[in-house]
Design a protein around this ligand. Structure first.
Ligand code: MSP
Length: 472
């Protein structure tokens, strides 16, 4: 079995989960499940990003101990991830003692590429990012995402000498040794790489205490991104354990807003450590609410729990994986969600299962035990291998719709009425086998429904007593 390692971004623990966070999880989970289905041995990381100014400030505002605050948020996120049905195998909190210890080891190993210098420039706490003068000017001194003035910093920091890695990294991106998806982001990153100066990678404790201490220098803590990015390998045991079986990652899933960290700082760190670069960086678009960026100040943040509670986890995953484009920004609206649930999940898939199971049980049809329905179609595999999950899902959904049409055309009830037993048996068996075949392809997307469908048609076929997707 081939080993494959899949990762997700680790969200900041400064607030509660929102539907945007679900994107990383859904995509990475589909990928992990598909790879397992295709016979690979899969490890799949998830975790929480718990250090940095943003979190320290939030806890301060609420007048709670930072550790207590992140403990509570991490629990909330863990519950959310479980509710989404994310099949992760490894979990990391950046405040885990073993993570902090390993990040310090990573810092030591990078020592040849680190130097101390004065930083005079800008910072955005919302982005947890040092801002270049060029960006400061372009944005008129105000962060376009957080609508807050950039903060002026004058401090002594450690720097990572990015120039040590630029040439090597440029080549890796250009040759797709580290493939960046979608393709148009690759050009953006190459441009950004060219313009990137050496990176500040620490903060003085006088400014920020809530971070991993820099080894052998009690006056500095690590920049939160150095600590956070390291999670992808500390969770595998690096540097204490040999991770070569799992690393490089087969795919790392991140939002487009944080691709720059993953496509520049992260690979520079990996090159400094002498580790290979991830095979693929998949950068997804943003989920918008009614065409707008979700924000607490606009008051349009959609609570994922509310969406899941409405029609269940499969409905949630169905919407996010089929109707939210993987790479472009797309809109969540309750209306679209309800339509997708009623017209597609309930009408297409729910009805199909109900109709076929009813016909089969009425006419005493049973599948042979050894019927094989685990083969994935070539077209489906090709799309999945290209991370075109929504397109693969579409393809399988067409099969589901096609099956409903075939029932209408082949009219098995007439065959039954005319006593054409053999023809009827053949007709229903073929339809059921094709449904189960499509069901296998659905399983990475709709794991719960897929299990239920497989169970309905195993052995004595019994139509479900309550609809798979009840309408309200
Ligand atoms: N803590 C960093 C990630 C560190 S990874 C080493 C961070 N956290 S975040 O909470 O702001 O975002 C976590 C993930 O959720 C990111 O991949 C981000 O792109 C994604 N999303 C946050 N809001 C989103 C939407 N509205 N839509 C889609 N994804 C979004 O960044």
């Amino acid at each position: 079995m081939t080993k494959k390692y899949i990762t997700t971004a680790i969200p900041y623990m400064n607030g509660n989960p929102h539907i945007g966070h679900a994107m990383d999880y859904c995509l990475a989970d589909v990928c992990a499940r598909y790879l397992a289905l295709s016979g690979n041995e899969v490890r799949f990381q998830a975790g929480t990003d718990e250090h940095g100014s943003k979190i320290a400030q939030k806890a301060d505002e609420l007048d709670v101990e930072v550790q207590t605050f992140v403990d509570e948020k991490a629990e909330t996120f863990k519950e959310f991830i479980a509710k989404l049905g994310v099949s992760y195998t490894d979990f990391v909190r950046t405040t885990d003692e073993w993570h902090e210890r390993r990040v310090q080891e990573i810092w030591r190993k990078l020592a040849d590429h680190i130097y101390l210098a004065k930083y005079e420039g800008w910072y955005c706490t919302g982005c947890e990012r040092f801002i270049t003068d060029k960006e400061y000017e372009e944005n008129g001194g105000v962060c376009p995402d957080h609508l807050k003035s950039y903060e002026k910093l004058e401090e002594e920091n450690y720097y990572l000498r990015l120039s040590d890695f630029k040439g090597r990294l440029k080549k890796a991106i250009e040759t797709d040794e580290m493939l960046i998806l979608p393709d148009f982001r690759k050009k953006e990153i190459l441009k950004l790489l060219e313009e990137s100066p050496d990176m500040s990678i620490s903060r003085p404790v006088t400014q920020l205490k809530w971070g991993v201490p820099v080894p052998d220098d009690p006056t500095q803590v690590m920049y939160v991104w150095v600590d956070a990015l390291s999670n992808y390998i500390t969770v595998l045991g690096y540097p204490e354990e040999d991770i070569s079986g799992w690393w490089p990652a087969a795919a790392q899933f991140v939002g487009k807003d944080i691709l720059r960290f993953h496509a520049i700082i992260w690979p520079a760190m990996l090159l400094g450590l002498g580790l290979p670069l991830p095979r693929v960086l998949v950068s997804h678009g943003m989920v918008l609410a009614d065409g707008q960026k979700m924000s607490k100040s606009i008051g349009n943040v959609v609570d994922p729990n509310e969406v899941i509670d409405k029609h269940g986890i499969d409905a949630f995953r169905y919407f996010f994986l089929r109707h939210i484009d993987t790479f472009a920004d797309s809109d969540f609206t309750w209306e679209k969600f309800e339509n997708a649930y009623n017209n597609e999940l309930a009408n297409d898939l729910g009805n199909l299962v109900q109709r076929l199971a009813t016909l089969a049980s009425k006419n005493g049809i049973k599948l042979e035990n050894e019927t094989n329905v685990s083969k994935l179609s070539l077209e489906y595999q090709e799309l999945m291998d290209k991370f075109e999950f929504a397109k693969a899902f579409d393809l399988t959904w067409e099969k589901v719709q096609g099956l409903n049409k075939r029932i209408d055309e082949e009219k098995p009830w007439e065959l039954a009425k005319n006593g054409e037993k053999e023809k009827l048996g053949e007709c229903l068996t073929t339809l059921i086998v094709d449904l189960l075949q499509a069901n296998t392809e659905l399983s990475p997307f709709l794991p719960e429904a897929s299990k239920k469908i497989a169970a309905i048609f195993a052995g004595e076929i019994q139509p479900p007593t309550t609809p798979l997707f009840p309408k309200n």
